[in-house]
Design a protein around this ligand. Structure first.
Ligand code: NDP
Ligand code: 2IT
Length: 464
């Protein structure tokens, strides 16, 4: 895939195209208070656009200023991360943790290491996480963090020193009852390991539940690695089910080739689909026979290579297309699993022309607002990230549960729990959309249902 355009967030103009006494001034305040944070504006706007009908039915949420409070993080941390690279040069990065909302449980959400990370990106991710975590039905609040550190082409030693420096500041804000990070872009089991080691060393506590996404021999949960990608496919299968269809025999396109993409490909193929694409920021691969997921894992996870290497190793079966994204390739089901705003209006028009039936967001906010409108107008079943990719954080909550009880479950048991959770999230979104007169609108269903759960808890807990 190609790097996404700088956020096209439509930050001006009334929400839903008409004046709203409550929501418009609130959105104007978010713009004023958070200048230049385009992705955060975009994420807030999408949620606010869903909430009008809730406020009409539940004026107590308006009186208690619940959404004003949700839009303001409980705490935002920005800190210096100095470290020494392999050539002996001092590097200085910036670290972030936004502790957004703890109404339902300790702050919970991933850490992203990518050069594009800034406060607006972390806040959009943290804001989405509040509602996503609520939808899982697990006792977890919302937070997110990361750094503008670029792990690409860094040695293991550099990654370790960076992670140790990052944790040397962050540790004082964490705890299994306070804030529990995990991975996201650029942060996998290797990075979680280095951060866990440093946390343990500083605090002198083997507090397994302080981070999730750990290795299986040191407190990790079976199926956590697979959970986001698997969960995205399971959610999309539920959407297909409402159309009387399933994954068997479908032609699927996936973007990305990281943790989420690889396991989305694996699960879709287990369910009988043929996944014909994967991508990275250099370009994409088309493999008409279906992506060889074991080869992709070997190249990405073991060799830390690129999708161009996959195409080369696959020989004549696959083709690498440099500098372009996957969405011009026709498909029945599209699963964007790379990054925010990677699926644009032009892409959505191409997908609709190609006959797409369902889109499930494995990534966070990969679809631009204009693209979303195109897909919804065309009647495509659309599963927003805060519902479709919630399997990852839900399985993190299962990891916390196992850590708290010093237990460890089998892969099968954990995957069964993941399946139940994804069906529950689908049911909740579907039922809520119907209850609010917008049948089939999973965006409205997810935003409203997530909001209601958080709002009820905030109302009960008073003005804090
Ligand atoms: P990885 O780091 O494992 O993989 C990220 C993939 O996306 C890579 O293929 C990467 O390509 C591509 N990518 C990332 N940023 C950009 C960019 N700015 N431009 C172009 N390509 C990019 O991350 P994950 O698979 O964990 O995360 C993917 C998405 O899923 C993110 O949106 C994340 O927030 C979301 N997510 C992750 C969860 C998890 O449990 N890990 C849970 C829920 C959502 P390249 O190598 O070229 O950069
Ligand atoms: O966006 C996400 O939900 C994640 N990156 C996973 C968060 C977690 O705490 O497992």
């Amino acid at each position: 895939m190609v790097p996404p355009p700088l956020s096209p967030a439509p930050s001006a103009g009334p929400l839903n195209g008409s004046e709203d006494r409550v929501l418009d001034p609130l959105y104007a305040q978010v713009l004023r208070r958070n200048p230049g944070e385009a992705e955060f504006h975009q994420a807030v706007r999408e949620v606010l656009e869903s909430l009008g009908p809730v406020f009409a039915r539940r004026p107590e949420f308006v009186d208690a200023k619940i959404i004003e409070r949700i839009c303001e993080p409980e705490r935002q941390l920005i800190f210096r991360v100095p470290w020494v690279d392999d050539s002996g040069e001092i590097q200085v990065n910036r670290g972030f943790r936004v502790e957004f909302n703890s109404a339902l449980g300790p702050f919970k959400g991933g850490l992203r290491f990518h050069p594009s990370v800034n406060v607006g990106i972390v806040k959009f991710l943290g804001f989405e996480q509040i509602f996503k975590n609520a939808l899982t039905g697990m006792p977890i609040g919302g937070g997110k963090g990361g750094s503008d550190f670029d792990p690409k082409n860094r040695s293991d030693g550099e990654i370790m020193r960076f992670c140790q420096s990052f944790m040397t500041e962050l540790y004082r804000h964490l705890g299994e009852y306070t804030d529990v990070p995990a991975g996201d872009i650029g942060v996998g089991q290797r990075e979680i390991g280095y951060m866990f080691g440093q946390y343990k060393r500083i605090t002198n506590r083997y507090e397994s539940g302080v981070l999730t996404g750990k290795g299986l021999s040191w407190g990790g949960a079976q199926a956590r690695t697979e959970a986001t990608g698997y969960g995205c496919v399971l959610f999309t299968a539920e959407m297909l089910g409402t159309l009387g269809q399933d994954f068997d025999g479908q032609r699927v396109t996936v973007s990305g080739s990281g943790n989420v993409a690889v396991y989305a490909i694996e699960k879709a193929q287990q369910l009988g689909a043929t996944v014909v694409t994967c991508s990275d920021s250099d370009g994409f691969v088309v493999d008409e026979k279906g992506i060889d997921v074991e080869l992709l894992k070997q190249i990405k996870n073991v060799e830390r290579g690129r999708v161009a290497d996959y195409a080369e190793r696959r020989g004549s079966a696959a083709r690498f297309v440099p500098g372009a994204g996957v969405w011009q390739v026709p498909c029945d089901v599209a699963l964007p699993c790379a990054t925010q705003n990677e699926l644009t209006e032009t892409d959505a028009l191409a997908l609709v022309r190609g006959g797409v039936k369902a889109v499930g967001e494995g990534a966070n906010m990969p679809t631009t607002p204009e693209a979303l409108r195109v897909l919804q107008d065309a009647g495509v079943a659309f599963g927003p990230g805060k519902a479709a990719n919630a399997g990852g954080v839900a399985t993190s909550a299962l990891e916390m549960q196992q850590n708290a009880s010093r237990d460890s479950w089998t892969f099968e048991h954990t995957e069964d729990r993941l399946g139940e959770i994804m069906r529950h999230i689908h049911h909740t979104c579907h039922e809520t959309a119907e209850r609010y007169g917008q049948p089939g609108n999973y965006v409205a269903g997810a935003n409203i249902a997530g909001f209601e759960l958080v709002a009820e808890a905030m109302l009960a807990q008073g003005v804090i």
